[in-house]
Design a protein around this ligand. Structure first.
Ligand code: ISJ
Length: 383
């Protein structure tokens, strides 16, 4: 399908108030932008993670996870190739907002929150907590225009738009995989620690960032054991680029025990990781819910393809079946953490940003980190 037709179909669906998701996964190797357009406006929720479709889960895993079921939706794909050079795009459009007095208010509120987190860590309540805030930005752009811009600018990220009448419109460009499962192989990553990208990726990391990322790696390694078989492999921690930022990342992979109930267990084991919540998980989560002073909703939740069925066609090279094509159906799961994201209501975008706090955090630097993260998203909101 050509790109114009594809985006027109999404626009039409949005006008009709019907749920849809569209996404581009750079790791899929398909180079395509995919969409699922639900046939009606019904609400479908995930029950046992046996379902197939595109899921959208909140930060709090006791709240409902939405799904656009594959069997109730139309599947569209386009080869959208409007990619342009990322750095140039960011240079060209560096919007200077919001106004100074707004920043001051946000700044002191966030710094106070971070200081409270540090005090609790020093008092021994927990080791790490991820604290976040929400910023409101006006935009004249339509959601699909924003989606196209995200696709152009963030070719290394999982870029998506999600709409459901119950959740409103969400968009994002996330660098973080929660979980990929194909047959009995799983892959995940520990992503944490942030610094601004200044032209080179060969950078050094401070003690605070090394420690905060190691907390995530250790948590994943200790907990996935319950649902995996054999040895779990891990890479060394390395620097990875995400838009105008650099992060520390460790890749983790292994084999999952056969049986679908293990998929649910693995997802629930991982979500939320200390990359977006904290360590120990429950105490950190409680602190977040009591102190952040706003509702994260789907920010730091997860989203993506669940048991997604794909048809792969292969030509047979057997002589007697020369002109036949074999079609086989495979199913895989590819979930991402909902970061660098926004929620759109009319002409207002709410941007969600946070960072990991440890005993060595500095509130002023932590606020700057959230500003840098917000910039990734703001860059597409104004023309
Ligand atoms: C919480 C966010 O990002 C997470 C926190 C990071 C950090 O604290 O350095 C880095 C990557 C993500 O795991 C966010 O982008 O809002």
């Amino acid at each position: 399908m050509n790109a114009e037709e594809f985006f027109n179909r999404l626009e039409e669906h949005l006008q009709q108030d019907k749920p849809f998701a569209a996404w581009h996964d750079p790791g899929s190797g398909r180079g395509m932008t995919t969409a699922l357009l639900q046939d009606d406006a019904s609400e479908n929720l995930v029950d046992d993670f046996n379902e197939s479709g595109f899921v959208f889960a909140p930060f709090q895993n006791d709240l409902p996870t939405y799904i656009i079921p594959q069997e109730k939706a139309e599947f569209l794909q386009t080869e959208y190739s409007g990619f342009i050079d990322h750095e140039k795009a960011l240079e060209k459009e560096s919007p200077d907002f919001p106004p100074e007095q707004f920043i001051q208010k946000e700044k002191s509120a966030h710094e106070n929150l971070v200081q409270k987190g540090i005090d609790e860590i020093k008092a021994g309540a927990f080791k790490k907590v991820v604290l976040s805030r929400k910023e409101e930005v006006e935009t004249q752009l339509g959601p699909l225009e924003i989606f196209k811009d995200l696709l152009k600018k963030y070719k290394e990220a999982f870029v998506y738009i999600w709409f459901h009448p119950k959740t409103d419109i969400w968009l994002g460009a996330t660098p973080e995989t929660l979980l990929k499962v194909e047959r009995n192989k799983f892959k995940t990553m520990a992503l944490a620690g942030t610094q601004a990208f200044k032209g080179i990726t060969d950078v050094t990391w401070g003690k605070k960032e090394i420690e905060e990322q190691k907390i995530v790696t250790d948590f994943i390694l200790e907990n996935v054991e319950k649902v995996t078989i054999g040895k779990v492999d891990r890479s060394e921690a390395y620097t990875t680029k995400a838009g105008n930022l650099l992060h520390l990342r460790t890749d983790i992979q292994g084999d999952i025990q056969p049986g679908t109930s293990n998929l649910k267990e693995l997802i629930m084991t991982l979500h939320p990781t200390p990359a977006v919540c904290g360590m120990p998980r429950d105490i950190a989560k409680q602190f977040i819910l009591e102190n952040e002073n706003y509702d994260r909703e789907f920010y730091t939740g997860f989203l993506g393809e669940l048991n997604f069925k794909k048809e792969t066609k292969r030509s047979s090279n057997r002589r007697n079946q020369e002109n036949q094509a074999y079609a086989s159906i495979s199913s895989s799961t590819s979930l991402f953490v909902n970061l660098r994201c926004m929620k759109i209501e009319d002409d207002e975008a709410e941007i969600f940003v946070g960072g990991g706090i440890t005993k060595d955090s500095d509130p002023v630097q932590e606020f700057e980190e959230t500003q840098n993260k917000a910039q990734t998203i703001k860059a597409v909101l104004v023309k």
